[in-house]
Ligand binder design. Structure first.
Ligand code: 5AD
Ligand code: SF4
Length: 442
């Protein structure tokens, strides 16, 4: 075989979202199949890959500082450094003009080429940022998964929404949906292997359509949930404008679909939402939340918030805080707005000063911390199923997992319960996690 990478070790550093984590598992699988072995630290690797995120300016800055570190490593031993993912797609050959010593640059649609270009020895720098119009299937067995109990399953790629601030449609391209039969085949294989939790991934999963039959996301959810062996199904990311009645109804009637939803709000001001081109108003969002809570009173909601979008006044920001107070999210991911290349908003004046953005960010985070502590206190004394995902490093009997609402639960257990479902009684809490004792031995 020409593209064997025997005796080589690879290390992948992932920045960004679950989609990138999932892509890294795919890259790892492709390299493993070619004969390379995974290293735990960059210092041990011969092939060093940075899988990048371009969504915010800060993510790109973090990448450049990391590449600086890898370039220093490269001076000490002969390694190949590759940049993959969204920044690779966005910046392409521009990256070579920077001071880093990069050997290859591959956009999200080109990972299949990896073994070949690494084997070539890279006499020349290699760049590929081509797109394929159709879904590119990765055989499930190729993926080198981090967990053996919880698995990411990508159901679509790309986005057609073009929210004014967002670079994703330019780095990930237009929506491409994976055939339903191949989604179901992968989930069945995972169930046979003992996986208990499936996280369905896509930039805008609610607009999923099976390319063969035209069936939508609600039908996909129902089919995935009917596969024996899978206990919990989650999905990410939803869009308030595409989250239709039928999806909520399937969730409500299907126990296996976790009562948990990430529903990015971005702003609580209708005027800002309009400038962001989000396609819903503050009231639309609140109505959807009220409807979801009526269907599933226990649903745990999380969100994304951008502060300091161009033109955001103190009053607009106050409306974001009002929505947070009223919805009482289980978790928020909050960001200072940063203009991104190619986006519509990058033509607007970035007129909210950095200090004001920072103040607003801190205020939103302070409020959220208070809400989380209050939410968490209500859970003390309850017993809940937790999927154990790992073990504490320092304290051997301390484990960490997530409950159905995707909250982190740290708990004590005498018996090893890694990668199992256990019942945990919550005994205390902090703003970011719950703590408790395992009470069963199932
Ligand atoms: N500036 C700040 N935050 C952004 N996000 C996306 N683009 C930007 C930007 N230009 C945030 C949104 C999105 C999350 C993944 O990142 O909140 O939901
Ligand atoms: Fe970006 Fe909007 Fe698409 Fe989400 S829905 S990926 S924010 S363009």
């Amino acid at each position: 075989m020409t593209d064997r990478l025997t005796n080589l070790k690879f290390f992948i550093r992932t920045f960004g979202c679950q989609m990138n984590e999932s892509d890294s598992e795919r890259i790892a699988g492709i390299l493993r199949q070619a004969g390379a072995v995974k290293a735990d630290r960059a210092e041990e690797g011969d092939i060093l890959i940075v899988n990048t995120c371009a969504v915010r300016n800060k993510s790109e800055e973090k990448l450049y500082s990391y590449l600086g570190r890898l370039s220093r490593l490269k001076r000490e031993k002969p390694v190949q450094v590759g940049v993959t993912g969204c920044v690779a797609q966005l910046r392409g050959s521009e990256l070579l003009k920077k001071k880093f010593d990069i050997d290859f640059i591959l956009g999200p649609d080109t990972y299949g080429q990896l073994p070949h270009i690494i084997k070539k020895g890279l006499a020349e720098k290699y760049i590929s940022t081509s797109w394929s119009k159709d879904w590119q299937e990765t055989p499930p067995d190729l993926i080198l998964r981090e967990s053996s109990v919880s698995a990411y399953v990508t159901i679509m790629e790309g986005c057609n929404n073009f929210c004014a601030y967002c670079i994703v449609p330019f780095t990930r391209g237009r929506e491409k949906c994976r055939p339903l039969r191949s989604v179901l085949a992968e989930v069945s294989i995972l169930a046979d292997r003992g996986y208990k939790e499936i996280q369905l991934l896509g930039q805008n999963v609610n607009s999923y359509r099976d390319p063969d039959s035209g069936r939508g996301f609600a039908e996909l959810l129902e089919e995935v949930s009917s596969i024996d062996g899978i206990a919990w199904v989650r999905f990410l990311t939803s869009h308030p404008k595409n989250f239709g009645l039928e999806i909520g109804e399937v969730m409500a009637r299907t126990k296996k679909i976790c009562r948990q939803l990430h529903l990015p709000l971005q702003s609580g001001s209708t005027a800002i939402l309009k400038k962001m081109k989000r396609g819903y108003t503050k009231d639309d969002y609140l109505d959807k939340v009220a409807w979801l809570r009526q269907l599933m009173p226990e649903i745990s909601l999380s969100t994304d918030i951008i502060v300091g979008f161009p033109g955001e006044s103190a009053k607009d920001f106050k409306e974001t805080l009002d929505v947070m107070e009223s919805v009482r999210f289980a978790n928020i991911f909050s960001f200072r707005y940063s203009p991104r290349p190619l986006t519509e908003a990058s033509a607007l004046k970035d007129d909210v000063p950095f200090e004001i953005k920072t103040q607003r960010l801190e205020e939103a985070q302070r409020l959220q911390r208070k809400i989380q502590i209050e939410n968490h206190r209500l859970q003390v004394g309850r017993v809940m199923p937790v999927l154990c995902l790992g073990k504490g490093k320092k304290t051997p009997q301390l484990y960490a997992g997530r409950n159905e609402g995707y909250q982190v639960v740290n708990f004590h257990s005498e018996k090893d319960c890694r990668e199992k479902f256990v019942d945990v009684r919550i005994t205390s809490c902090g703003p970011y996690s719950l703590s408790g004792e395992r009470i069963d031995s199932r």
